[in-house]
Design a protein around this ligand. Structure first.
Ligand SMILES: [Zn+2]
Length: 142
């Protein structure tokens, strides 16, 4: 039997997966939502900064160094809003990298829920070290 919290977490994760479809990146599409008091206060997907062409990869199919990750886009979007991420939960389709983990820690987010564990796990380890609750929820097809 799944708890109410788990059902809610899975619902937001499904929304993050749908949100990832907005990404025009070809190699990987990542979606992210920041939720506080059952309200979505920010969202993001991986992509180039505002005003840049909507192409993430170079001619050799290498991701351009200035592509922002979904979490970075969601957190920087919060910086331009009246919302506050203190105590919020971040839902993301793929486990955060170490760069995004640093941003998550500094933004006061206290909980991270993700679906796919990336092969490099130093981001997750850093989050845990900072005392952030990290939840890995796999999504079964139903
Ligand atoms: Zn990242």
């Amino acid at each position: 039997m799944e708890s109410k919290q788990q059902l809610l977490d899975k619902r937001y994760l499904r929304m993050a997966e749908i949100w990832a479809e907005n990404s025009y990146c070809k190699r990987r599409q990542v979606g992210c939502l920041v939720v506080k008091d059952k309200r979505i206060i920010s969202d993001g997907y991986n992509g180039t900064p505002s005003g840049f062409e909507n192409v993430c990869e170079d001619e050799d199919n290498i991701t351009k160094p200035y592509v922002l990750h979904a979490e970075a886009n969601a957190i920087t979007k919060l910086a331009r809003s009246h919302n506050n991420s203190d105590g919020a939960t971040l839902y993301v389709t793929d486990s955060p990298c170490i760069e995004c983990a640093k941003l998550i820690i500094q933004s006061g987010i206290t909980r991270v829920v993700f679906t796919h564990l990336y092969r490099i796990t130093d981001g997750v380890e850093l989050l845990q070290r900072a005392g952030i609750e990290v939840v890995h929820l796999t999504m079964e097809k139903n």
